[in-house]
Design a protein around this ligand. Sequence first.
Ligand code: PEP
Ligand code: MG
Length: 887
Amino acid sequence: MSRKYLYYFTEGSEAFHGDMTAMKNTLGGKGAGLAEMTAAGMPVPQGFTITTDACTQYYTDGRQINEAIQKDIFEHMKGLEKITGKTFGDINNPLLVSVRSGARQSMPGMMDTILNLGLNDESVEGLAKKTNNPRFAYDSYRRFVQMFADVVMGVSKSLFEDEIDKMKAEKGVKNDIDLSAEDLKKLVVIFKKIYEDNEKKPFPQDPKEQLIEAVKAVFRSWDNPRANVYRKMNEIPYEWGTAVNVQQMAFGNSGDNSGTGVAFTRNPATGEKKLFGEYLINAQGEDVVSGVRTPSPISHLQDQMPAVYKEFTEIATKLENHFKDMQDMEFTIEDGHLFMLQTRNGKRTANAALKVACDLVDEGMIDEEEAVLRVEPHQLDALLHPQFDPEALKKAEVVGKGLAASPGAACGKVVFSAEDAKAWAGRGEKVVLVRLETSPEDIEGMQSAEGILTVRGGMTSHAAVVARGMGTCCVSGCGDITVNYDKKEFTLAGKTYKEGDYISIDGSTGNIYGEAIPTVPASISGDFGRYMGWADKVRRLKVYTNADTPRDAKQASDFGAEGIGLCRTEHMFFEGSRIKAMREMIVAETVEDRKKALAKILPYQQGDFEGLFETMGERPVTIRFLDPPLHEFLPTKEADIKDLADDLNITVQKLKEVIASLHEFNPMMGHRGCRLTVTYPEIAEMQTTAVINAAINVTKKTGKKIVPQIMIPLVGEVKELKYVKDFVVKTADELIKKAGIDMKYEVGTMIEIPRAALTAGKIAKEADFFCYGTNDLTQMTFGFSRDDAGKFLDSYYETKIYESDPFVHLDPDGVGRLVKLSATEGKAANPALHLGICGEHGGDPSSVEFCHNVGLDYVSCSPFRVPIARLAAAQAAVKEKRAKAKK
Ligand code: PEP
Ligand code: MG
């Protein structure tokens, strides 16, 4: 049977048995809503939906609508003529339609719409006569020419808007509605001329041609730059395509007894259960959104048109009850008659989402499990960080944009070095640290700053990862900024900002503002805790955190972390006196010297681990042994080199030679991870001593049963793991024996090298747990450098080779396959093996769902993503349960 590409609104509900998901997949959200409203007998101007499959077909056919589908479209127009009693292209009683996009998931404002299609030089006269309203007829025609030119042909809107402004000035009027029929008639002539000048052909008079071109334009708009950006942001697959709705026009611009508006069944900002919206009299849809006139609040409609208002509120309630969610509706009033143009689940703020979900449960509309699916996990983020005062933000001007690297709102004085950030913050100043990029040495300054703004670096750059870990707002990779460290200033969008000038940055949008915007603390309402309780009830995955300090651990714990899945021990050495001891260890040339330096490091580490164990109690704490290439810790500044040389009692020249000898061409694949301990087992011995002694001390002090988890990074071969593990076990067993207590510990490994994944069955025999380091696993599976991929990945998105950053969303086909295979083979070889993930993907909702589906035991993520992961894990569990129930 050939595929059905078109559905009348009257057909949809029955054809899909009211299954909204199936309906949305084929008819798009708008088409599905129109079909459902039609089936419920609501006043919907009739029409038909051209399916998302037709859109896919359009792209398959080389951006053409094939003949069969064109024929089908015209046949459906004939059908619509019968329903409406009007004729498409008729001079006296023309059927006019709107042509509107509608994807599976709503993408507000991203794609295109054309209204009043079907008008031409002759039918506009007919319409004027038939309605006895020439003003309305010419207003409709000028709108149509303008929209068609803009959407179909790409003629700039402003050319038309300038002409309207000119006309208004000539007539001495303020609003479009004050222009007369004659004025509008003149505008039509001018508009058609603009069209012809730009397109070198006259404005098309054949409605059939208009229709096909408009449908093509809507399909095409699926691929416009803003739609592509929106899809990437919202993880909407390109292959979905958009549907197109062709619908008889209802005219809100036919006089003072007409109008158009949008309304939500509840307040989308707060969730309050009260109709919320606005409308304009004598207007068409785009006037409400474009802001050319100020709309009235929906409550005024009660006085202005009480019967219409009553009918609308009844429909709104019915729709909400039907869809069991807050609805966002578009309506038009034509000569006192109400028409519904759209209904969809309304977009809402995080606070509103939580309130609506809780209220719907209390109202008995949905159950707790359904409620768990109703809030986007990412949205919770907004509740966890300080936010800009919304009123002040509205007035502020965006002066630049970078990557939204770590969410939150920061406002402070510009400083250019980590030292200054620390010093200024010490004086009680709020600062934003502006750097070309950050390095481990900047950590204290980063911690002192309200926010971090960098010129270079992607989402997994040092600045981004560290800032997310700390919950500090960060905008990274704003290449438009020119920094002059010497003059302590930077330039952006033609303006220079000096040290001490105020700027504000929004780590949730990447926006940069050249002024101070006040922030307000995040408000976590009572609904939040209640809601998370429901999520925790259904999830199977445990949620741990990546934390290197007791402060981070405490924060994560407050957000519900059930353990630490990754403590990066190298992060404990960024601070002043510690980095010195570390540097001594690195440049040591004999085992003896190295052991001496390690002895200095030991107490720092042990103290830190004690802090972590005390904070987490009996919850698992996973300590990952030293991982990065050592030269990352070496000084780069001349003064620091001199300092270290003096400390070590060697010449600057000698130290420089050592530093040079440590240089690697590809440090990410160099002497790092367990390779360091294969060369220098004393590092593993020191770290084991620190972990085990810390655990012994805390056990003795608190009486709690601490079971430390020691994690060996970058393993690629079972013998390599065994070699390092033997040092760990020997050291640990001796210490425990000496302490005379009964203490268990585990030794596991990260799986972050493809070879480890492929030989997981062997590795599992030597490991108590696997934790997937998907940052490195992604890097090594794709062969993309974690630090540099951002520089070229944009071309991959533009060409649709990849749709999203594999460092952000776990790649299910490649990296994911390695995870699945190694999890299965690891478990088969060692059934007691537990499995987790601690790469950045551990806090990404779609990746969390993947982890649930392949049977991992836990995900571990930065503290501020813990609630997001908890919710994502719960959603994965509910989805799985429902899929099973369906079978
Ligand atoms: C990883 O590689 O995913 C990981 C967690 O380790 P790191 O980011 O420290 O290399
Ligand atoms: Mg790693």
